[in-house]
Write a protein that binds this ligand. Structure first.
Ligand code: FAD
Ligand code: SIN
Length: 521
């Protein structure tokens, strides 16, 4: 097996991985691995924008409080303050990387509004903020002589050793998906920036790369993982039964004045929360889910016809065009919407510098649990977290990079094909349906117990395959992630934030104190 040496190896080419790489490149040689094309990331699909205090009627304190409120009291306040106070600096850093945020007539950054925010504080590039960030960072990374990019390289497992009772990570084993060669990549710091795991659910806004690989790898290596019960569901994915892919209808559209309505056009969100359609995301997602069930309707609707003339086309061109492509003129008709799994709030436990519980191993972006999201993430705090903690981890790793270890265990994978594609697809579909039904927007202890048993059966079925392929590896990682979600859900016996137990609904009712709601109105 080929062995390569770098100062830093980063798994993942989204906002978190590329930010780390660009910052660390000033201190050494960086290899960025990604299992697909460089730009195929969740980052590239982000629409609404990135939150930061950029206006003089806003304050760090308000952004902190909005974040803590959305997180239902389970955020790490130190981490939240760390992120919020550095946010304006990170926006400047993104501008230096050539991200061109939309501007207001006075040339300052134009600020949008999203759910749970008391102020307009969302910097954006129309409704394709993520794509613009991805393109800018990718270009900078390609141009940087200290960064090597290895597309179509699947990270399989971390290389670790126990030294004086301390677990140390010194590399990663990867498969070059083009040549079929296995590689051991050794580095002073190993960075997981592998993103999300939305693919464990039947309906998700996440692209197909989001299979929880980094999380599962780190779990196998013994890293500490937390808050996996807090999977966030977005209330407004486009309802389009003719397509397998789920397209997001950004919350920013509600921020601009669109309203959630029932099939007969009646607005209903005020019944659930004083902030109506702009209430925190978990509340809106549950309300949509409940109203769909009450009305036996496969979807609800977003009324964007009330936006001023021309606004939809100008500020939300992606959404307008997508709707048009399936025969909906959103300036004249309601947009059909459904909730979908969107964001993994939990992940690998890290400190403020992205360090995990394993020495030499860092985690940044959605795979990490820095403590900033608590039980439910505030809209547009995710891109922010990726860039903030990507930068902080790069600074720390550059200062603290340890010596390399040279010995590594060479794992040989058999490519013997004893597992049919049909069987893999069947196990995957069963997993996704199981998670949607029993570990989705509304859960019960009974349903979660069923999910736990069924997951063990699916795992056993896959183990009989004795095959190594990308699909099998990803499915194993998805099963591991699903198990971690279900275990965490069962351990949390009270509803809070994004974790809603129909049999124990108590705490959710307390999560948005009246005084804070009043302050926002
Ligand atoms: P990603 O951008 O997902 O990158 C993951 C990378 O890891 C990819 O390069 C992938 O190839 C690589 N990878 C994964 N597994 C492996 C492996 N085994 N080996 C090698 N490489 C691997 N957040 C906001 O703040 N604002 C928004 O407006 C917003 N809108 C969103 C809209 C949509 C539709 C979605 C899905 C999410 C949105 N989010 C938004 C959330 C946000 O986009 C993500 O949380 C964020 O982009 C995650 O960035 P990341 O760098 O952690 O991971
Ligand atoms: C959106 O644009 O609605 C998504 C924002 C987010 O996930 O933060």
């Amino acid at each position: 097996m080929e062995s390569l040496n770098y100062d830093f190896v980063v798994l993942g080419s989204g906002i978190a991985g590329l930010t780390f790489a660009l910052e660390a490149a000033a201190h050494g040689k960086v290899l960025v691995l990604c299992k697909s094309a460089l730009s195929e990331t969740n980052t590239a699909y982000a629409q609404g924008g990135i939150a930061a205090v950029l206006s003089n009627i806003d304050s760090f304190e308000q952004h902190v409080q909005d974040t803590l409120t959305a997180g239902a009291g389970l955020c790490d306040e130190t981490a939240v303050r760390f992120m919020v106070e550095r946010a304006p600096e990170s926006i400047k850093w993104l501008q230096q990387q050539s991200v061109q945020f939309d501007t207001a007539p006075d040339e300052t950054i134009a600020l949008g509004l999203e759910g749970g925010h008391c102020q307009h504080r969302i910097a954006h590039v129309k409704d394709h903020t993520g794509l613009s960030i991805q393109q800018a960072l990718s270009k900078s990374a390609f141009q940087n002589p200290n960064i090597t990019i290895a597309e179509y390289h699947l990270g399989i497992d971390l290389l670790t050793q126990s030294i004086n009772q301390e677990k140390v990570c010194y590399g990663v084993q990867a498969l070059d998906l083009v040549s079929g060669n296995y590689k051991a990549i050794l580095a002073k710091a190993i960075v997981l920036a592998t993103g999300a795991s939305g693919q464990v659910y039947q309906y998700t806004t996440n692209p197909t790369i989001a299979t929880g690989d980094g999380l599962a790898m780190a779990h196998r290596a013994g890293a500490t993982i937390r808050n996996m019960e807090f999977f966030q569901f977005h209330p407004t994915a486009l309802y389009n039964p003719t397509s397998k892919d789920t397209f997001l209808i950004s919350e920013a559209l509600r921020g601009a004045g669109a309203e959630l309505v029932l099939p007969d056009g009646t607005a209903f969100m005020q019944l659930y929360h004083p902030l109506g359609s702009l209430a925190p995301r978990d509340i809106v997602a549950r309300a949509v889910y409940e109203q769909m069930n009450l009305h036996h309707s496969p979807c609800l609707y977003l009324d964007a016809t009330r936006l001023p003339e021309g606004r939809l086309q100008k500020s939300f061109p992606f959404i307008y065009t997508k709707c048009k492509s399936i025969g909906i003129d959103a300036t004249l008709e309601f947009i059909p919407v459904v909730p979908a799994a969107h964001y993994q709030c939990g992940g690998l436990e890290t400190d403020l510098h992205g360090q995990t519980s394993i020495s030499g191993l860092y985690a940044v972006g959605e795979v990490a649990c820095t403590g900033v999201h608590g039980a439910n993430r505030l809209a547009s705090n995710s891109l922010l977290e990726g860039v903030e903690f990507g930068r902080a981890a790069a600074t720390h790793a550059s200062e603290n990079a340890k010596q390399r270890f040279s010995c590594f265990k060479s794992i040989v994978y058999s490519l013997a094909d004893t597992c049919s594609d049909a069987l893999i697809s069947e196990i995957k579909a069963d997993l996704q349906a199981l998670m949607w039904e029993h570990a989705g927007i509304v859960r019960t202890t009974e349903g979660l117990t069923i999910a736990k048993e069924k997951l063990a059966e699916l795992k056993y079925k896959l183990e009989q395959c004795h095959t190594f392929s990308v699909a099998v590896q990803e499915l194993q990682n998805m099963l591991t992630t699903a198990e971690l979600i279900v275990q965490a859900c069962l351990a949390r016996t009270q509803s809070i934030g994004g974790h809603y137990l129909a049999n124990e609904p108590t705490k959710t009712e307390m999560q948005f104190p009246e005084n804070i709601a009043a302050a926002c109105l």
